[in-house]
Design a protein around this ligand. Structure first.
Ligand SMILES: Cc1cc2nc3c(=O)[nH]c(=O)nc-3n(C[C@H](O)[C@H](O)[C@H](O)COP(=O)(O)OP(=O)(O)OC[C@H]3O[C@@H](n4cnc5c(N)ncnc54)[C@H](O)[C@@H]3O)c2cc1C
Length: 383
């Protein structure tokens, strides 16, 4: 449908910004859509991200074109493996797909360019008051300048656990959660394949254990080698690959108002969701779908469209963010849960986000469910 000619500036060429440019240009080809990204087009932090089956189904429902574009590049597994110090347990029936972050960005860049989006790399925006547009979309991640310069009220608090994001030149059979006891205390690694021959390897531990390691006072190479030794069994001789890898505490970000005037924030600039439920990218892309449909339904009237965006999206988002918070809280206490025997531990793991009832666990993961029933940890035949 041909609508008004609008100029839209998007700050940030991550998944949220690129995807916003694609959807806007797809439905309103006459709009002038510009994306400013501070990095070169082939630079990114991190390695691979995971998308749950649920996430892909949601995306497919709204935009099968993009899902079909990325599908050939996904690595998919149908189970999670929990490596408890005493036993390995496979939780069947839970499907996740991994993709390299850079691959995902390249695919989105290709789509955006084909639609005529004006993409500028190596262009950091410092001051949004110099920008002139009908709509400014802040897709500029956690440290968003759009959020701080356009009058959005927000709050950030931090999980106490420490984590670091590494890659590795090794594939894994499943999305694996390895929990181990070390001389410093318990540590965990979230690891999965995201491309042929490559995996993501995120290491996490409590603040107490981190203090015991003293790694805050050592150089990156020292703690990388120490982590390679600690997780040698999982890595099977492969090395950890650093890319801006530093010890961080996961930030929980919430915004009170999502827009002000003609500025709106989406993706990590608007909210965060702990990586243990693999939802950050999904949430960013779903924000875009909700934003573009709210604006379209309001004939691209920016004021009413942005209001509709927040009221439509906020209740849905809050549920997922709460699930991610629950999961993050479980990880904050995994030292304590490790005292449980392996199957009790695996059950507590799968229940951690508070979204799976006992009957749903049995439905999703029949073999795991049966094994829990045999051990009297779940009642059989729950409907
Ligand atoms: C350890 C870890 C693991 C994760 N694992 C997963 C996972 O498995 N699955 C998943 O879905 N998500 C995962 N995430 C989350 C995911 O990376 C983010 O939620 C997702 O990238 C959000 O996309 P975004 O586009 O909103 O923000 P970002 O990806 O942060 O992109 C923001 C972009 O804006 C650019 N930018 C910032 N400021 C400016 C400026 N002033 N001018 C110009 N450009 C600017 C940045 O360079 C960047 O390219 C993980 C996050 C972490 C930390």
């Amino acid at each position: 449908m041909k609508g008004p000619e609008l100029k839209i500036i998007i700050i940030g060429g991550g998944p949220a910004g690129l995807y916003a440019s694609i959807l806007i240009k797809r439905y309103q080809p006459q709009f002038d859509v510009q994306v400013f990204e501070q990095n070169p087009n082939d630079a990114t932090f991190g390695f691979g991200v995971v998308l749950s089956d649920d996430a892909l189904n949601f995306l497919e429902r709204d935009d099968s074109e993009t899902v079909q574009h990325i599908k050939p590049h996904l690595k998919t597994w149908n189970s999670i493996e929990i490596v408890h110090p005493e036993e390995k347990i496979v939780i069947d029936g839970i499907t996740f797909s991994g993709i390299g972050r850079l691959t995902l960005l390249k695919l989105l860049q290709e789509q955006a360019l084909a639609l005529g989006v004006d993409l500028s790399f190596d262009r950091r925006v410092e001051d949004i008051s110099n920008l002139h547009a009908d709509l400014i979309i802040g897709a500029d991640g956690l440290n968003s300048i759009v959020r701080s310069q356009c009058g959005i009220d927000f709050n950030i608090d931090y999980q106490s656990n420490r984590f670091i994001w590494y890659g590795t030149d090794k594939e894994f059979d499943y999305l694996t959660q390895t929990f181990i006891e070390t001389e410093f205390g318990p540590m965990t690694a979230h690891h999965y394949t995201y491309a042929d021959g490559y995996g993501t390897f995120i290491i996490e531990m409590s603040e107490r254990v981190f203090t015991n390691t003293n790694w805050n006072h050592s150089d990156e190479r020292h703690y990388r080698e120490a982590c390679e030794n600690i997780f040698a069994e999982s890595l099977k001789g492969a090395s950890l690959i650093a890319n801006n890898s530093i010890w961080r505490q996961f930030p929980n970000l919430e915004c009170t108002n999502w827009f002000n005037g003609n500025c709106v924030v989406i993706g990590d600039a608007l909210h965060t969701a702990h990586f243990s439920i693999g939802s950050g990218t999904r949430l960013a892309m779903e924000d875009v779908i909700a934003l573009v449909s709210s604006l379209s339904e309001n004939d691209w009237n920016i004021g009413t469209g942005l209001k509709a965006f927040q009221s439509k999206r906020q209740p849905v988002l809050e549920k997922l963010v709460q699930a991610a918070r629950n999961s993050a809280e479980w990880y904050e206490q995994f030292d304590r849960f490790l005292q449980l025997p392996p199957w009790e531990f695996a059950l507590s793991y799968i229940r951690r986000a508070g979204r799976l009832s006992d009957s749903k666990i049995q439905q999703l993961s029949p073999e795991f469910g049966r094994a829990l029933v045999e051990r009297n940890l779940l009642e059989g035949d729950l409907k």
